[in-house]
Design a protein around this ligand. Structure first.
Ligand SMILES: [Fe+2]
Ligand SMILES: [Fe+2]
Length: 269
């Protein structure tokens, strides 16, 4: 009977990696499998270690350890690459025991945004997220949730019209007749739910409402405002920003009206 040590960054531990470890554990000569967490990763070592401990909980003879303490075999590249797919947003492909933690937490959101957005869109998203956090703080709302919705609000914006329409035909047929630039506000909540496992109603609603402005709550208004007035947009928004810090409803009404006027001017021209 032997102990097998499998090394990887486990950044984070994926379902494929856990399944591979479980297969090794089933071999009759194997008594114990140790998942050894390597030093370097995007998430802190302690976090990745905790994830592995959570992931192996259903298995009696499978343990977590620090790779510097044990020698063993490194998992093959394809398995380690499955961690990247999780980091890029496929939280449902993480080991089952950590999926909820990923979906409800703040980890890897930078990686998700960089994987799905071109650089200018990624910096817009970060800027929206920062402003959402500032406005949430000013109005006593959940700052982390505000930052998260800001980061993720445009992650399906780069999809083609066909890709967006195909998804909407299944998940939100009522959105198909809308203008294609609006599609991403409907495809994004579907992506967040089905791929990332995010169920938070306020985040999903805010993102769904960020283009049409049919906002139903304060976080939704914050996202609508921040999307229009974040600093990288490059025009003077001092009046709107000042108002948004004091009175969310008044700022929303102003920004909404300005967006309507802009649309009308473009249609006239
Ligand atoms: Fe958008
Ligand atoms: Fe945006």
């Amino acid at each position: 009977m032997s102990t097998v040590v499998l090394r990887a960054p486990f950044d984070p531990i994926s379902e494929a990696e856990l399944q591979a470890a479980a297969k090794v554990l089933k071999q009759p000569e194997v008594k114990t499998v140790i998942l050894a967490v390597e030093e370097d990763g995007i998430a802190d070592f302690a976090v990745r270690m905790q994830f592995v401990k959570q992931a192996v909980r259903p298995y009696r003879r499978m343990y977590a350890a620090a790779a510097c303490d044990v020698s063993g075999i490194r998992l093959d590249d394809a398995l380690i690459d499955s961690e990247r797919i999780v980091r890029e947003g496929a939280f449902r492909k993480a080991a089952p025991g950590i999926r909820k933690t990923l979906a409800e937490g703040m980890l890897y959101l930078e990686t998700v945004v960089d994987a799905h957005c071109k650089p200018h869109r990624a910096s817009h998203s970060r800027s929206v997220a920062d402003l959402c956090r500032t406005l949430a703080n000013a109005h006593g709302l959940d700052e982390d949730k505000a930052w998260k919705m800001g980061m993720l609000h445009d992650v399906t914006k780069a999809w083609s019209e066909e890709q967006g329409r195909a998804l909407l035909e299944v998940y939100a047929p009522e959105a198909v007749p809308l203008a294609p630039p609006v599609y991403h506000s409907f495809t994004c909540p579907v992506f967040l739910k089905t791929v990332m496992g995010i169920e938070d109603r306020e985040i999903l609603d805010a993102i769904r409402q960020h283009t049409l402005g049919d906002c139903t709550g304060p976080l939704s208004k914050i996202l609508y405002i921040a999307d229009k007035i974040e600093p990288t947009r490059g025009y003077d928004v001092s009046k709107e920003t000042e108002l948004a810090m004091k009175d969310l409803d008044a700022a929303f009404a102003l920004v909404y009206r300005e967006a309507e006027e802009y649309r009308e001017r473009r249609m006239d021209g």
